[in-house]
Design a protein around this ligand. Structure first.
Ligand code: FMN
Length: 173
């Protein structure tokens, strides 16, 4: 599939078939995250693949009751390590959020290319998800997505977006 078609037709999918994801497909999607760039190539991430039905149900509740998450055969939880030490005087410990978000974007776009739906979930209780999955104290949850084949015809052109004129300027702000 053409790269621009992948990014134009990726949508947040909130309804999933129970069909399992073949292992080779799942591994390709995870590998897309693995090869993402990161500051100083520190790769401060870990991706937890959740397939257990009860764990998925508890995760959906920890995502403030977004129960569609548990419909998907797989839920991916992206975690980031806090990198201590100055990285370019700008974001400090928060820089891992940039790295994990880049890798997660790789994963989401690779999923689309494989015909799999995702929905970036940012509304969750970090502490609750950490408790459910046994995530260590110094690691935080950055993003979660259900992963599975969409129910119905779900891949389509983007919803409303600002125009290029609104968001791009040349030479000065
Ligand atoms: C950082 C972030 C957090 C988000 N959190 C949620 C969420 O908790 N629940 C949800 O259903 N969608 C969530 N979304 C999906 C957005 O609502 C969606 O991307 C946006 O409305 C554009 O729609 P599209 O993804 O179909 O193009 C999130 C997206 C991002 C990037």
């Amino acid at each position: 599939m053409d790269f621009y078609e992948v990014i134009r037709t990726r949508r947040s999918i909130r309804s999933y078939k129970p069909d399992p994801i073949p292992d080779d497909v799942l591994m390709r999607v995870l590998d897309a995250a693995r090869i993402a760039p990161s500051g100083r190539n520190l790769q401060p991430w870990k991706f937890i693949v959740v397939r257990d039905a009860e764990l998925k149900r508890r995760l959906a509740i920890a995502c403030h009751g977004q129960m569609f998450i548990a419909e998907a055969p797989v839920v991916i939880v992206a975690c980031g390590y806090n990198i201590h030490g100055n990285r370019g005087e700008y974001m400090g410990d928060l820089s891992m959020l940039v790295d994990v978000s880049i890798a997660f974007t790789h994963l989401i776009l690779a999923a689309r290319a494989e015909g799999l739906g995702t929905c970036w979930i940012g509304s969750f209780s970090n502490e609750e998800v950490k408790r459910i999955l046994g995530i260590p104290e110094d690691v935080n949850v950055v993003a979660i997505t259900p992963l599975g084949y969409p129910r119905g015809k779900s891949f389509r052109e983007p919803g409303p977006r600002k125009s290029l004129q609104e968001i791009v300027s040349f030479d000065k702000y």
